[in-house]
Design a protein around this ligand. Structure first.
Ligand SMILES: Nc1ncnc2c1ncn2[C@@H]1O[C@H](COP(=O)(O)OP(=O)(O)O)[C@@H](O)[C@H]1O
Ligand SMILES: [Mg+2]
Length: 432
């Protein structure tokens, strides 16, 4: 600034000296002309530089302007530095803003930001899906105009935001349960967090059903057992009659034992670590074991065919594999009427997967039941299952063991013709 003033003073002195010299040599008119000409040099210089600056401002590229020399150089340099800093700061803020938006978008929860009048300032795509909103269309709309459920309007009006609100039958297919809570922030604003608790609720319902089912399954044999006990206690029975009652009591106790054993098997499967992929299960030995058990269970009432079409062993947990395979074989025996035949096979299929299959000539299963067979306690024919000593948990156990070995359970069945249950294991589970 000082150097610029010195330069300007120098120019004024120069103009005065030139004017004096001209005054004495050529007269006053020329002196004024020379002085004006000399003094207008800085004006023209300034005008040209300001015009250039105007052009760069219009193109929003002041920081790219080549610096002039002289008075404007310092000012333009500082201006350029200021603009560069401001632009960098804006870029940083924009980047930070984008990161925040990305993080909010990545959240599995719905997020809505409401201003002091409950107008939507921002929401993520999960919230759009939960409430059928379109952010671009609905931004700055009052939320109570868009989500018109009475319980929501009430929640919003009550303003007791330390409580949460459960909203059911929400989402595009009206099948979601949402838990929603508003959190105040900033100046009377609210952050609305919405969690999808559909799966949690389903798991809860399943747990309740399961407990109810187990209690029901236990109550029946206990009631029957107590009835027999009372009879034996109160009546003076003959030995043969009493033995008959004891047999019946034994069979009820056996039923409870099977149920408890299956429940424990399921609990163990849920609690245990995944089976190792290095433990080799010998298929030939396993098939021999299965055959022994099958013949004992069938008591010569069925024709068996055990076929080991290849001798690749299986990597997995021996006890679990045996439990899954024998459940399938036992089902075939229990549900196939006397005289039927059962074909058990270990093979490698066209895709290179290991397949264990059990084919029977039993009653078959209607297609509407197939998808539900692996549910706990699901039975096609309740009384037949109980009569044959079934607990309704066998296929649930099989499915669990299959998924622990990355295997798939496939069921094909034609009513009246028979069923084939196949467990197919991925190539990685096959020993060389
Ligand atoms: N081989 C089969 N043939 C016909 N029905 C079967 C067969 N295997 C299973 N099922 C049907 O699937 C139901 C569920 O099987 P499972 O889970 O093993 O329970 P359960 O203890 O009743 O045998 C059975 O109740 C039965 O109705
Ligand atoms: Mg069974």
């Amino acid at each position: 600034m000082i150097s610029a003033l010195i330069r300007f003073a120098f120019l004024v002195c120069l103009a005065l000296i030139a004017a004096f010299i001209t005054l004495y040599s050529w007269g006053p008119e020329y002196a004024i002309l020379i002085a004006v000409a000399l003094l207008s040099i800085p004006l023209i210089y300034s005008y040209i530089n300001l015009a250039r600056l105007g052009n760069y401002v219009q193109l929003d590229s002041v920081e790219l302007m080549p610096l002039p020399s002289g008075f404007w150089e310092d000012i333009f340099f500082k201006l350029q530095r200021l603009i560069k800093t401001l632009k960098q700061r804006i870029r940083n803020i924009e980047q930070q803003h984008d990161h925040f938006i990305e993080a909010f978008q990545a959240s599995p929860n719905g997020i809505l930001m409401l201003d002091e009048d409950d107008q939507i300032e921002w929401c993520n795509s999960i919230a759009e899906r939960f409430f059928g909103l379109v952010y671009k269309r609905d931004v700055m709309q009052r939320i109570n105009f868009l989500i018109r459920r009475p319980e929501f309007i009430q929640y919003l009006n009550k303003r007791h935001f330390d409580e949460s609100l459960l909203m059911e039958r929400m989402g595009p297919s009206s099948n979601l349960s949402l838990m929603l809570q508003a959190f105040p922030f900033g100046n009377q604003r609210h952050l609305l967090l919405v969690q999808n608790i559909t799966d949690l609720q389903k798991a809860d319902a399943m747990r309740r059903d399961f407990v109810a089912n187990v209690s029901h399954e236990m109550r029946t044999p206990i009631t029957v057992l107590m009835g027999f006990l009372e009879t034996v206690q109160s009546l003076d029975l003959e030995k043969s009659q009493r033995d008959q009652y004891f047999d019946m009591m034994m069979s009820q106790a056996q039923r409870m034992k099977s149920l408890v054993e299956d429940l424990l098997t399921l609990a163990n499967l849920e609690a245990n670590a995944l089976p190792a992929t290095t433990n080799e299960v010998n298929i030939v030995t396993l098939m021999a074991l299965l055959r022994n058990d099958a013949e004992a269970l069938s008591k010569g009432k069925h024709a068996f065919n055990f076929d080991v079409a290849n001798t690749h062993n299986l990597y997995g947990d021996e006890r679990e594999i045996l439990s899954a395979f024998s459940n399938l074989v036992a089902n075939a025996i229990r549900y196939t009427p006397d005289g039927g035949s059962i074909h058990v096979k270990w093979d490698i299929n066209a895709q290179g997967r290991g397949e264990f299959s059990v084919r029977d000539t039993g009653p078959g299963i209607a297609s509407e039941h197939l998808s539900r067979l692996t549910e706990r306690f699901y039975r096609v024919d309740r009384s037949r299952s109980r009569d044959t000593g079934g607990t309704g948990l066998g296929l649930a156990i099989v499915k669990h063991i299959a998924s622990r070995h990355q295997a798939q359970l496939n069921i094909e069945s034609t009513p009246g013709r028979g069923s084939t249950f196949t467990l197919s294991f991925p190539q990685e589970r096959l020993a060389p």
